[in-house]
Design a protein around this ligand. Structure first.
Ligand code: FES
Length: 88
């Protein structure tokens, strides 16, 4: 399994549109993923100002991949792909 960093934007827009719920992500992780997934809450990532990037709430994965309109289901599915990827 690979390490995955999950950064949840907790700026006002993201928080109000769903990141408050995403802060319970750790409780939703399957036990076998937990040691590989690092979760951080961050202040506004300045993504909510650009309509091109989509809509809040935003989650950033592995410091580079932006997920707009993040939901618990979408984030868990993406983490599953990233922890199980076999590239290097
Ligand atoms: S509040 Fe999340 S990107 Fe601004």
């Amino acid at each position: 399994m690979k390490k995955v960093t999950v950064e949840i934007c907790c700026g006002t827009a993201c928080y109000l549109l769903g990141s408050a719920k995403l802060l319970t992500l750790e409780e939703q992780l399957p036990e076998e993923w937990k040691e590989f997934v690092q979760i951080k809450a961050l202040p506004c990532l300045n993504l909510c100002e650009s309509a091109k990037l989509g809509a809040a709430p935003f989650v950033r994965l592995n410091q580079t991949e932006i997920m707009p309109e993040a939901t618990m289901e979408k984030v868990l599915a993406r983490i599953g792909k990233l922890v199980n990827r076999d590239d290097d």
